[in-house]
Design a protein around this ligand. Structure first.
Ligand SMILES: C[S@@+](CC[C@H](N)C(=O)[O-])C[C@H]1O[C@@H](n2cnc3c(N)ncnc32)[C@H](O)[C@@H]1O
Length: 430
């Protein structure tokens, strides 16, 4: 099975194998560190980067403006590229940092075994420290669980090495998700039903120690390659519609998977991160405000010029016939996506290659072909399409048949296929 990359610039086609990666281990090395919604499959990131490098051999720098948990950054660093990641979600930035930072084996082992030794049930029973207060704490955590989490957090603060401490905090964050009263396997915050809650008695210390062991094993596997990166990946906090922390005309490659739509009706990154961020000490208001700050989180400023994508305009008109308000919400998302394309354009060197990994959603039973929409929006900024590959999504934890918003009729069967859209930037020359 394979797909052939058709080169529109006349150079030799490149043979690409099956992109489905049906049986791939998606938790290799540091990719095991912390779950995150809608992550890119590491194998997709790895082979896309390798493909782009074959097409643009002198590439040295790569940008992921929606870096999430850092899948692309890890794979770029392993391929000796200088990688920059940008995201608005502080939890995503911390996970990306933990996944891309090599730590000397001896240092890691000695610091973590000291931490593990302090995490005993006896020490927990004797501990009388304060438990953080935040809105909803007692709704989402049983008292003994909150007590154990506060105890673990106090021990993490004692870890001397900053990189080891960051890794320990990220294992803590994943523990928070597992031991809370939320239904596991959901990105949104849903409380366990009362019968399950009555018998919910997670062993915080054992879970935490288990995660630390898995993370350090993953780090040991990728350490040698991460260490070879020319410079450590730069991970910055910023709005992809502005990219103000990222240098202009600096990047040979851009590889990213943007959100599928606004957080309210697709993936709620803010809700996913909120309890972790509360425990990690982020101000409660910040932890709650993330979703409004992400793509499509705000209403479109009026009056708005129609975005230069005929495909989008057709889809919006069809949605508007059924629900005008919904059409404006969808438009708000693409309005932000267009601003992100404009910001990314400023960051690219002439001749740079971009890979967008996108799935097409359906709203009110109208398909939104985001791959074609991105290609059309980009063509007005001097991008040309190199190719548009497709892959099946074998077992991604994404809504397939039902609306993630639980709004009946909002979303039909969708997102079983993903597009890998490859564009070349032909502008930027003086
Ligand atoms: C599909 S996820 C990226 C997943 C990533 N490729 C990975 O493998 O972990 C999309 C990311 O875009 C981020 N995001 C959404 N809107 C943003 C914005 N306006 N500026 C920066 N990041 C944004 C979300 O926080 C989320 O982490």
């Amino acid at each position: 099975m394979g797909q052939t990359l058709i080169m529109t610039d006349g150079s030799q086609p490149t043979h690409v194998f099956d992109w489905d990666f049906r049986d791939a281990d998606t938790k290799e090395g540091t990719h095991v560190i912390h779950s995150y919604p809608a992550m890119m499959i590491p194998q997709v990131a790895r082979h896309l980067i390798a493909l782009l490098r074959r097409l643009h051999p002198e590439s040295q720098t790569l940008l992921d403006p929606f870096c999430g948990a850092g899948t692309v950054l890890v794979e770029a660093a392993r391929q000796n590229l200088e990688a920059w990641g940008n995201d608005l979600n502080p939890l995503a930035l911390r996970i990306s940092k933990a996944r891309t930072t090599p730590i000397d084996d001896n240092r890691l082992r000695s610091q973590l075994s000291a931490l593990s030794c302090r995490l005993t049930p006896l020490a927990l029973a004797a501990w009388k420290g304060p438990i953080p207060v935040f809105p909803g704490r007692d709704f989402w955590f049983k008292p003994e669980v909150a007590q154990a989490l506060a105890f673990v957090a106090a021990q993490i603060r004692e870890v001397a090495d900053a990189d080891v401490r960051d890794l320990a905090w990220i294992a803590f964050s994943e523990t928070v998700r597992w031991v809370s009263n939320t239904r596991n396997g959901e990105f949104k915050l849903y409380r366990l039903p009362s019968d399950k809650l009555a018998v919910w008695n997670p062993d915080v210390l054992a879970l935490y120690r288990g995660l630390l062991a898995r993370y350090s094993e993953g780090l040991r596997t990728f350490n040698p390659e991460l260490r070879q990166a020319p410079v450590a990946p730069r991970i910055v906090s910023g709005d992809a519609c502005e990219l103000s922390e990222v240098p202009d005309r600096y990047f040979d490659l851009m590889v990213t998977s943007p959100p599928y739509g606004d957080s309210r009706t697709t993936v709620a990154y803010g809700q996913f991160s909120r309890l972790s961020l509360e425990w990690l000490g982020a101000p409660s208001a910040d932890a709650r405000a993330i979703d409004q700050r992400l793509l499509g989180g705000k209403a479109v400023p009026m009056p708005v010029n129609a975005l230069p994508s005929p495909t989008l305009q057709v889809s919006l008109a069809q949605i508007a016939q059924k629900d005008g308000r919904r059409a404006r919400e969808v438009e708000a998302f693409y309005y932000d996506l267009d601003r992100a394309i404009a910001a990314i354009t400023r960051k690219l060197k002439p001749g740079a290659l971009c890979a967008w990994v996108v799935a097409n959603r359906t709203v009110k039973r109208v398909v939104l072909p985001t791959d074609r929409i991105i290609a059309e929006l980009s063509s007005t900024r001097q991008f040309s399409v190199v190719d548009n590959l497709t892959r099946n999504i074998p077992n991604k934890r994404m809504p397939l048949a039902n609306s993630p918003s639980n709004i009946a009729g909002d979303t039909g069967a969708t997102m079983t296929r993903e597009h890998l859209l490859i564009l070349r930037y032909n502008g930027g020359r003086q």
